[in-house]
Structures are given as C-alpha cells and as structure tokens.
Design a protein around this ligand. Structure first.
Ligand SMILES: [Zn+2]
Length: 211
C-alpha cells in the first residue's frame, strides 16, 4: 500500500506551487519542542508494559511522532502538550528552543541531539507520573541530515561544520551547521522554531551550503 500522509501531500503541492526542484538547495524542516523517552521512562510515565503509539512518520527513516504528550516542568513554568518522538531511545532527553527553555526558567546548552553531557535538569510529567532527568534538556544544535550521495554532490563530510544561506524576505546565513551523513537519512536541514522564525521559514523553503 502506498503510504500517503497529509504532510507529504502538502509538501508536494507546495513544491508544485513554488516550482521547486532538488537543484535549488536543501529542504529545510523546522523541529518543534519534543522529548525522546527511554523504555523505562515510557513505562514510568504511561504505565507498566506501555508502548508508544505512532501518530505519523517523520522525514528521517524510522523516526515518528507519537500520539502521547507530556508536560515539561522547569523552575519558572510548565510547557504543556509537548510532543513525544519514537522509537524509545537509550536515554531520555528533551529538546527545546532557547525561547521555550527560558520561558520555564532554564538556560539550556546548545548540543547535537543525543549528546546530553552537561545538559540541564528537567522534569517530564504526565497525568499519571513525573520523572526528573538530572540531565537531558538541550537546545538542539542546527544540523543537516544528508545521504552519502548528496554529501558527494554538495562536497561535505560527516561532522563537518558549514554555513547555510536561506533566501527570502527575512534571509539569514546560519553559521555552525553540523553535517550528519548516513544512508538512513533523507537530506534536510533541521532548525528549531527560534531559527525558523528568524529566517521566515515556510514549508518548502530551501537552503544553500556556503563556505
Ligand atoms: Zn534532525
């Protein structure tokens, strides 16, 4: 069966409206606030034996948005209805924009997703339970997921830092964008909402790698 979801259809319509094609740069995607949970924390927050329920697939292979939501509690506030991304990971972590983190009283460090060393404390809660992560809150460092073929095409290597140019009304050049190469990826720039808002993000906007 062909897996068509609404986002895919919207993306295709936008591509046709704007007449975009793959030669006009790398697709930019904006990641909202979210958490990744360990299996242990899934059970603590939702009940023994609980398994996350997939809501829809995300652009990166095997990653999906879940139906479950959590609240994130900091010293100065609560962010409600935060998305949970699956599948479960080894360590739980929360990824917020700087604006989100400051709004609940936390100065979270900028780190590549998955690197929670020296990250901040955060409480993750549901109506049933709460879990305190002594470390695990980060502001996700902007990055490009890129296939090995596209890495050759754009002349970049895994872990390299590049700048990207996003054109348009609020055009911005972002420095320090980490390149991540894997044959499991589909090529896309990932920004958080602070960055997306700063550059006038819309669905289908593209970025060019510059040096
Ligand atoms: Zn990403």
């Amino acid at each position: 069966m062909v897996d068509l979801n609404l986002n895919y259809i919207v993306d295709e319509v936008i591509k046709r409206l704007y007449g975009e094609n793959e030669d006009e740069g790398i697709l930019v995607e904006a990641s909202g606030r979210h958490v990744h949970l360990s299996e242990e924390h899934v059970e603590l927050l939702f009940g023994k034996g609980y398994k996350l329920v997939k809501s829809r697939d995300l652009s990166q292979f095997g990653q999906y948005l879940c139906e479950e939501k959590v609240n994130l509690i900091g010293p100065k506030g609560v962010l409600e209805n935060v998305s949970v991304l699956g599948p479960a990971r080894k360590d739980s972590q929360a990824e917020l924009s700087k604006t989100d983190a400051i709004s609940i009283g936390i100065n979270a460090p900028v780190k590549i997703s998955g690197n929670i060393e020296n990250s901040e404390k955060i409480i993750i809660a549901t109506s049933m339970a709460a879990v305190t992560l002594q470390r695990g809150l980060i502001v996700a460092k902007r990055h490009i997921h890129i296939t090995p073929e596209d890495a050759i095409k754009y002349g970049v290597k895994d872990n390299e830092e590049v700048s990207i140019d996003i054109c348009g009304e609020r055009g911005v050049i972002f420095k320090n964008v980490t390149v991540r190469v894997s044959d499991k990826f589909s090529t896309a720039v990932h920004l958080d909402y602070d960055e997306a808002n700063a550059c006038g993000f819309y669905k289908g906007i593209r970025a060019t790698i510059i040096r």
